[in-house]
Structure formats: structure tokens, C-alpha cells
Ligand binder design. Structure first.
Ligand SMILES: Cc1ncc(COP(=O)(O)O)c(C=O)c1O
Length: 493
């Protein structure tokens, strides 16, 4: 006992039997503190576990548990011949780092890679679901969550083996089959279900396409104005975006050929150009496919919101015209259902499929299987189709509300462009909006709680048009009217 007292000031290790913390945890925590504070010095030998147990009045097993934990954490080491010792001298430094000194020490700003700095500095879009005229988010108020949760329970009560043991980088095969059937029926596309490749949203699809198909210095056609966020994926691999103007027929292939005939990839939104809203004409589609074949380039067809065409039949996809395996079709459930699902997909040309699977497995093996089987049932049981049908009607009415409210408050200051589809409409200025630029109008609106995206911010180069992107996906008609009234009054101020 005397020896123990000499080695460890036993009163410092005290067991509190009224505390719910198990005794071994109490011993462990207090010994750790004694080591870190320097009360137990490096190289000091601990009494035997039997002596410690006697001194503390607990079982030897309890002490052994605590000591083994501290050995595993690297605070103690032991040898069968000479006993258990405090590790040192490194721990002195660890002890110095603790306590008040730690809090007082100024922490250096984090130094990121050049790419990291670029990505971290990028401005995030303002998403305010429900607020006029926030873009990018659909309405979930009518989403059949009761059905969704029933499907969740039914799938996960006894999950199929191919769900829990999935190792396929392309994702859950039944979901890929359901997506293929849907695209065959609605978009005139023909491909094997095995060529559907599930991603965590289409943003990841874009990132994979950039990483696996582009080299540093490669050039990529991007629509101008366009989905400016695609630049992040390109920049990540050192590829350069070439702005190719769009006109009423979509991307100008002739301009693309002039600016970068040898580009490796073209990123296009043929079904509903983002953000101008027009449909790429048949002639342009053929021109684009011809260029890709001649230049041995790829086309990424970003079909981000085509499910929500407000009326008429869904449009055939560009992919349906591709005879040369140049088109990669990219879809997402972010706009049709909700973006928190983080489920998107690529339809890959057969010549890319196996390579993408292998490469992806080494980066991020596959998208979580939590929601994939549930979504499969949601599609197979017909809920997806009926939900889309209902949403389309609602979106059509909301678009009408935006256009008529804008006419009431702004007269003919705007021209409304594009096909009646999706979750937003672009209001192009006929001239400066009561003397203001779109950027200025957007800033003033935001200060008054109205979110509008300035069209000029979708250009890489100087904007050739000014306007406002007005989202209505998550905005009800009353809020649309009120939002337009606010917009009109703040722009005058
Ligand atoms: C044109 C376009 N492409 C792709 C995306 C990315 O969608 P996801 O949520 O599937 O990554 C968006 C999202 O706003 C978009 O507007």
C-alpha cells in the first residue's frame, strides 16, 4: 500500500459509486488526466493491477480493463517482465498543449490547395424554399411522404441481400431497370438497363465525367449563358470552359466550331436550356452530333428538369439520336422529387460503362443504398408517374401566375423566354429595368426578402442580355403575387 501511495497519489484517483459511469471508465479517465497533467511522469512505473485494485477497493478485472484501454490509446505501455509504464517523453508535449494555453494560442488560417481555395471561395446560390422567387427547389408539400415511409418500412424490414451487400459501383440494378423503362417510354431512348449508372445527384455525374474524360488543358464547350456551376468540375481537372453562345435554337454549333473546334466535351441542356429555357432544334442536334463524331469529342446532355414539362408530350432526348456512342445522358431526381435524395444517374455509352464502374469504385465506391430500393418501388408502383403528372399541372399554374403578376406590376418590361417547363421562368429585360441592372435589382430584392437570380450571373463573359430568373417550384400563387409587388416597390426605391 505504501508503495502505491509513493507511485500514485491515490486520493487523486477516486471511485464514485453513485456515478452511473462504470468503474473502469472512471479509473481510465482519471489516470489519463494524471498523465496529461504531468502528475504521472513519463517512464513512471505503475503499481501492479492487483495493488491498484486493492487500493481502490474494486476488482482486479476493473483495473485491467482501464489499463488495457490506456495501453491501446498509447498513454501506457507494458511488458510482461517489467510492468506497466507511462509513455514518454512525447506526452509532455501533449500535456503542454492542453488547458488554457491551448485556448489562448492563435490558430493559423487553414491553407487550402489552389483548387480548394477556388472551390471554397465560390459563392453558394441562395436557396430559400417557399420564398418568392427562389430557384432550384421543388415543392415537397404535396409529396406523398406517407407512401414513401410505407415503402421504406417495407424495404428495410427485411432488406434484400442485393441491397445490403451491394458492391456494384453503378448502383442498385432494379433501380437502373426502372429508370431505363421510364426513359424508354418517355424519351425515346434505347439502351440496356446495365448502362444506367447511379450517382449522388447529377453534380457528381458531372464531376466523374470531368475526372474520367478530361485532361489538364482540355477545352469544353459550355452554353453561354449556362449552368455556370459546371465550371467547378472542369476546374478540378484543369480543363478550360469555352463559352459558346446560345440563340433561339440552342447552342450555336457554328460558334463552337470557330472558338474551339478541338474541344473534348460539350455540356448542353437541349430539352430546356438553362437558364433561357429554349429547346434545342432538331437541326442543331444533328449539327452537334456531327461535330462530336468528327472531333472525337463527348457530349454531356444535362437533362435536369425535363420531367416537369408543363404540357404536351415529353421531348425526345438528344441521346436518342446518337448513333456513335458520343452522348452521355445525365438525369436527376432533384427537381422532380427533392434534391436531398441525392440520386442522379448517367446513361453511359456502352464503351464507357465498364471503365466508369472500375474508376468510380476507386474514388467513392457507390451511392448509398438507403434510398435506392425505396425509389425503385416508388417508380415501379406508379407513384412517380402520378406525382409528376400532378406536379406538372401545379407548375403550369404557377408559371402563369408569375407571368401575369409580372405583366400587372411591370407592364411589358420583360420578355418571357423558353418552353413552358421546369421550376423557373426567365424574364429578360426589354431595356434597363426602371434604370437598374439585373444585378442591382437582385441585390435590392434580396434585401427585401425576395430572391431573384440576375441573368448576367449566368454568363462567363460579358452578359449580352439582362434579366431575372424567377423560380416558382416551391412558391405558391399567393406568395408569387406578394413577391412581385415587393419586387416592383423595391426596384422603384
Ligand atoms: C442545369 C442543372 N444541372 C444540374 C444540376 C444539379 O443537380 P443535382 O442536385 O442533381 O446535383 C442543377 C441544379 O440546380 C441544374 O440547375
Amino acid at each position: 500500500m505504501a508503495r502505491i501511495k509513493r507511485l500514485i497519489d491515490l486520493p487523486k484517483v477516486q471511485l464514485d459509486r453513485s456515478d452511473a459511469t462504470p468503474l473502469n471508465r472512471q479509473i481510465e479517465r482519471q489516470l489519463r488526466e494524471l498523465i496529461l497533467s504531468g502528475d504521472l511522469r513519463p517512464q513512471m512505473r505503475l503499481p501492479s493491477t492487483r495493488q491498484l485494485a486493492d487500493g481502490l477497493g474494486c476488482s482486479r478485472g476493473t483495473v485491467v480493463g482501464a489499463i488495457e484501454q490506456l495501453i491501446a490509446e498509447g498513454f501506457l505501455n507494458s511488458s510482461s517482465r517489467s510492468g506497466t509504464f507511462v509513455v514518454g517523453p512525447l506526452l509532455r508535449d501533449a500535456a503542454d498543449r492542453r488547458g488554457d494555453k491551448h485556448a489562448a494560442r492563435p490558430v493559423k488560417p487553414a491553407r487550402l490547395s489552389l483548387l480548394g481555395e477556388f472551390l471554397a471561395d465560390a459563392q453558394r446560390p441562395t436557396y430559400r424554399p417557399g420564398t418568392a422567387f427562389s430557384t432550384g427547389t421543388p415543392d415537397v408539400r404535396d409529396f406523398p411522404f406517407a407512401i414513401w415511409s410505407r415503402l421504406c418500412r417495407s424495404v428495410w424490414r427485411q432488406p434484400p441481400r442485393d441491397v445490403v451487400y451491394n458492391q456494384d459501383p453503378a448502383g442498385y440494378l432494379p433501380l437502373r431497370k426502372a429508370i431505363a423503362a421510364y426513359l424508354h417510354d418517355t424519351r425515346g431512348m434505347r439502351f440496356e438497363p446495365s448502362n444506367v449508372f447511379i450517382t449522388s445527384g447529377s453534380q457528381q455525374g458531372l464531376d466523374l465525367v470531368a475526372r474520367l474524360l478530361l485532361n489538364e488543358g482540355d477545352r469544353v464547350w459550355m452554353e453561354e449563358p449556362g449552368f455556370i456551376e459546371a465550371r467547378y468540375a472542369l476546374r478540378s481537372v484543369g480543363a478550360g470552359a469555352v463559352a459558346v453562345p446560345v440563340d433561339s435554337e440552342g447552342l450555336s454549333v457554328a460558334d463552337g466550331r470557330r472558338r474551339a473546334p478541338d474541344a473534348r466535351l460539350a455540356i448542353v441542356t437541349p430539352s430546356h436550356q438553362y437558364p433561357m429555357g429554349m429547346i434545342m432544334s432538331y437541326a442543331r442536334r444533328i449539327e452537334l452530333l456531327d461535330w462530336a463524331r468528327q472531333a472525337d469529342a463527348w457530349i454531356l446532355e444535362d437533362d435536369y428538369d425535363s420531367e416537369s414539362r408543363h404540357s404536351g408530350a415529353p421531348l425526345p432526348a438528344l441521346q436518342a439520336l446518337d448513333a456513335d456512342e458520343t452522348v452521355i445522358y445525365m438525369g436527376t431526381f432533384s427537381k422532380a422529387l427533392f434534391s436531398a435524395l441525392r440520386i442522379g444517374y448517367l446513361v453511359l455509352p456502352p464503351r464507357l460503362m465498364e471503365r466508369f464502374c472500375r474508376a468510380r469504385y476507386n474514388l467513392d465506391p457507390f451511392t448509398s443504398l438507403m434510398a435506392q430500393p425505396v425509389l425503385t418501388r416508388f417508380i415501379e408502383d406508379g407513384h412517380f408517374a402520378s406525382y409528376i403528372q400532378k406536379t406538372r399541372r401545379k407548375l403550369a399554374a404557377r408559371r402563369e401566375s408569375v407571368v401575369s403578376a409580372a405583366r400587372d406590376y411591370f407592364g411589358d418590361a420583360f420578355a418571357f423566354q423558353g418552353d413552358k417547363a421546369g421550376l423557373y421562368v426567365t424574364a429578360v429585360f426589354s431595356g434597363p429595368l426602371r434604370g437598374r441592372s439585373d444585378d442591382e435589382a437582385a441585390r435590392k430584392a434580396l434585401a427585401a426578402g425576395v430572391v431573384v437570380a440576375p441573368l448576367s450571373s449566368y454568363y462567363q463573359g460579358p452578359a449580352t442580355a439582362q434579366g431575372l430568373i424567377l423560380g416558382f417550384g416551391s412558391v405558391d400563387e399567393k406568395t408569387i403575387r406578394a413577391g412581385m409587388a415587393t419586387l416592383s416597390s423595391v426596384i422603384d426605391r
